[in-house]
Design a protein around this ligand. Structure first.
Ligand code: SF4
Ligand code: SF4
Ligand code: FES
Length: 235
């Protein structure tokens, strides 16, 4: 069948503003949106630029906005989309466009680094094996550890749009990942970072982040646990 894809194009070397271009091509419902982008790049316009690597929902590099909703191009099958209408594909919102569907993720990763996204433990590791924890303690982290840093959540969050200093859901989720890790010794240090007006308290539980997370992580719940931990600490 034929379908039309309206893709936001922007080449800063020759365009004054981003603009849309339409591509109509033969597709099959088993194709993903990433397959469509590849087909357009290989057969119609080699200058179309987008990020991708694994093509299997693992690397997190191909986050885009498809018909108004953020998601991974490689994880959305055409059979999940109404192809009778033109399908719109745009870069992730609220980040500067480098070219076409590629955005500058520097600010996203700067905020991610702010929460110290690594285990802090000054005790020497065991001579043999790893730093162990119980199954129950590990289960506290499983969901948050599924994050692939695609940026779909943070760029869909109205609190991020209205406040450029907000850490955003992805960074807060990573803070949870280590604040609730029983092997980590920097709980207070991290809580000092997120227990601020531009940290966890900037989340107004609007739930946009959850709706677009390709890993179906309940991000808002994790942020609420951080809030509870910070509030309890103050008491
Ligand atoms: S729940 Fe919080 S983090 Fe998620 S979109 Fe809403 S304000 Fe942003
Ligand atoms: S929480 Fe979900 S949407 Fe946000 S960066 Fe991680 S995988 Fe992507
Ligand atoms: S290309 Fe790696 S997640 Fe889509």
């Amino acid at each position: 069948m034929q379908a039309t894809f309206r893709i936001l194009r922007y080449n800063p070397e020759k365009d004054n503003h981003p603009h849309f271009e339409d591509y109509t091509l033969d597709v099959h419902k088993t194709m993903t949106v990433l397959d469509v982008l590849h087909r357009i790049k290989w057969d119609y316009d080699g200058t179309l630029s987008f990020r991708r690597s694994c093509a299997h929902g693992i690397c997190g590099s191909d986050g885009v906005k498809i018909n108004g909703k953020n998601g991974l191009a490689c994880s959305l099958l055409l059979k999940e989309i109404n192809l009778k209408k033109t399908v719109t594909i745009e870069p992730l919102p609220a980040l500067p466009i480098i070219k076409d569907l590629i955005v500058d993720m520097s600010d996203f990763f700067k905020k991610y680094e702010t929460v110290k996204p690594y285990l802090i433990n000054t005790a020497p590791p065991p001579v043999e094996g790893e730093r162990l924890q119980s199954n129950e303690d590990a289960e506290m982290l499983f969901e948050s550890a599924k994050c692939i840093l695609c940026g779909c959540c943070t760029t869909s969050c109205p609190s991020t749009w209205s406040n450029e200093n907000y850490l955003g859901p992805a960074a807060l989720l990573k803070a949870y990942r280590f604040v609730f890790d029983t092997r980590d010794e920097a709980t207070d240090e991290r809580l000092n970072i997120i227990d601020t007006p531009d940290g966890a308290w900037r989340c107004h539980t609007i739930f946009n982040c959850i709706e677009c997370c390709p890993k179906e992580i309940n991000i808002t719940w994790h942020i609420s646990q951080l809030k509870k931990k910070a509030a309890t600490r103050e008491l």
